[in-house]
Ligand binder design. Structure first.
Ligand code: PGA
Length: 250
């Protein structure tokens, strides 16, 4: 049984004050919700506040990135040990905006993934093709490569907490969501590659989230697909009422 995850990715939005105001409005709207895990990924400056304000609730805070080492001379970075020390248990890795604007590589995602698993963090590894890759017919090859390298030297036993987010780059922030069929097809490719890289068990147990212009209007048809186990929501997670509607998909 794969418990769905609905995660809100706030990207570089919301000060601590704005984050707490969001929670004031949002937490009562999802108070009794147990069907899905609910995550919020704030900026580093708001993460501690969100973690603290959600203690004892059904909402969890999630970091947007991290370094793979415990500590060191790496200005601007945060380590898995530091995330754990503030009560953070989830981290996004390899988001396409990190890949696109900050030269994140498949190899570094692999180092980060292994560090996250070693430290007891739940990694949400983002994969997905660009528009050019889709148009050149390289969607499958791209997704398979990203998964294969991310999972290098990760055993099936270690991968039990792994979460994947399939986010086609052409659907992120553009308003054009992948159709449920396109998303489902990509999720099947991800699951098949997980079976090849780890095991059938890992493939069956791993939750695969869809991301890219998810909104209240399209969440239900996406969640109806057998291989879609949740959503990573950007823009539509910034407004409490809108994100709560997504959480309450039917
Ligand atoms: P979007 O972003 O929902 O605004 O398209 C998704 C993401 O980047 O995780």
């Amino acid at each position: 049984m794969r418990k769905p995850i609905i995660a809100g990715n706030w990207k570089m939005y919301k000060t601590p004050k704005e984050s707490l105001a969001f929670l004031d409005a949002f937490l009562p709207l999802v108070e009794d919700h147990t069907r899905d895990e609910i995550l919020l990924c704030p900026t580093m400056s708001s993460l501690g506040y969100v973690l603290e304000a959600t203690i004892g609730t059904n909402v969890r805070g999630c970091a947007q990135n991290m370094h793979w080492l415990n500590e060191g001379p790496y200005t601007g970075e945060i380590s898995p040990v530091m995330l754990m020390s503030i009560g953070c248990r989830h981290v996004l890795l390899g988001h396409s905006e990190q890949r696109l604007y900050f030269n994140e590589t498949d190899d570094r995602v692999n180092l980060k993934l292994k560090a996250a698993l070693n430290h007891g963090l739940t990694p949400i590894v983002c994969v997905g093709e660009t528009l050019a890759e889709r148009e050149e017919g390289r969607t499958e090859e791209t997704i398979r490569r990203q998964i294969r390298i991310a999972l290098q030297n990760v055993s099936s036993a270690e991968a039990h907490r792994l979460v994947i987010a399939y986010e086609p780059v052409w659907a992120i922030g553009t308003g054009s969501t992948a159709t449920p069929d396109i998303a489902e097809e990509a999720h099947r490719i991800v699951r098949h590659e997980l079976a090849l890289c780890c095991s059938e068990l890992t493939a069956e147990a791993t939750r695969i989230l869809y991301g890219g212009s998810v909104k209240p209007e399209n969440i239900s048809e996406l969640m109806a697909q057998p291989d879609i186990d949740g959503a990573l929501v950007g823009g539509a997670s910034l407004v409490p009422e809108t994100f709560a509607k997504i959480v309450h998909y039917t």
